[in-house]
Design a protein around this ligand. Structure first.
Ligand code: 6PG
Length: 288
């Protein structure tokens, strides 16, 4: 894939002495192409390194464009799907056919179109919590904990960190299902945790009741060889600036409370893929 003139990459130091890369594309379509191209590079790199590609898919709506690109030419041919193991960064505990399901979105946009062996697709399997518990809140909470423990056992049994984790960013600075002031932010070394979350903003459309989720924790995500944030739209520009600038010292106090600030790879690479609108406030007040 040749260099796309609609995309520009730059590097910046983050607050922990590491380096983060910021890739800005002119629009959501160019952003999706930039991410898909970078995923293909990571896949080839991982398979060369270890013979397989462990990829954790982001939830939310932004990645759908990227997933649809990955399902088509040239990525469907370029990526070694037969050597790929697919995981999720987080899941909303609804049926996979529910439009709100991260698994459902990824299956419709990507998995139904590429040849990843069924045994290599690892959904978080938390879609029947409420049904299986007969609506008993205590039992539902137990089922959510069991789903998280089951996923953590899978990850620990495989004993491999992710080669690549894809993440989105909420306007409140959440990523995966790591929300502000959530207990899951103090993960105590756990890799997967259940989260009870009251949907807000766009996520609350058609949903009032608190919803159980299962999420990878920062402790696990930060072990990845590469972590890509994929962020689009002007509504995210402020929080993008806070999270990235926070990594560079400005607004440190408030920014450190933003969950996305806890994503700091231990030795891996962190790259922010933004469209121009999401990057609109990055250079505000910066010396040229
Ligand atoms: C989730 C996601 C979440 C998402 C952000 C951005 O399951 O809710 O994992 O972290 O990535 O909320 O969502 P959009 O891409 O829809 O803006």
């Amino acid at each position: 894939m040749g260099k796309d003139p609609r995309t520009d990459a730059s590097s910046a130091a983050d607050g922990s002495g590491g380096e983060l890369q910021v890739v800005v594309s002119s629009d959501p379509e160019a952003l999706a192409l930039a991410v898909a191209s970078a995923v293909a590079v990571e896949a080839q790199r991982a398979v060369k390194r270890s013979g397989c590609f462990n990829l954790a898919l982001s939830g939310g709506s932004t990645p759908a464009l990227t997933y649809r690109l990955l399902a088509g030419s040239p990525f469907a041919e370029d990526i070694p799907w037969s050597a790929t193991h697919l995981f999720w960064s987080d899941e909303r505990c609804v049926d996979a056919t529910d439009p709100y399901s991260n698994e459902g979105m990824a299956r419709r946009a990507l998995l139904d179109h590429v040849a990843v062996p069924r045994a290599q697709v690892h959904p978080m399997c938390c879609s029947r919590l409420v049904e299986d518990s007969g609506g008993d809140e205590r039992l539902t909470a137990l089922r959510a904990r069991e789903a998280a423990e089951g996923y953590e056992k899978l990850l620990r049994t495989r004993g491999q960190a992710m080669d690549l984790v894809l993440l989105g960013l909420g306007e409140d600075g959440h990523t995966a299902s790591l929300f502000p002031d959530s207990d899951a932010l103090e993960d105590g070394g756990r890799w997967v945790l259940p989260v009870l979350h009251e949907p807000k903003g766009a996520h609350a459309v058609g949903r009032e009741e608190p919803l159980w989720r299962v999420t990878l924790t920062a402790s696990f995500i930060n072990q990845a060889a590469a972590i890509f944030f994929i962020v689009s739209g002007r509504t995210k520009a402020g929080v993008v600036r806070e999270v990235i600038r926070g990594a560079e010292g400005a607004d440190q106090e408030r920014a450190l409370r933003l969950p996305a600030q806890s994503i700091r790879p231990r030795g891996g690479r962190l790259c922010w893929f933004l469209d121009a609108e999401a990057a609109a406030e990055l250079d505000r007040g910066r010396p040229r």
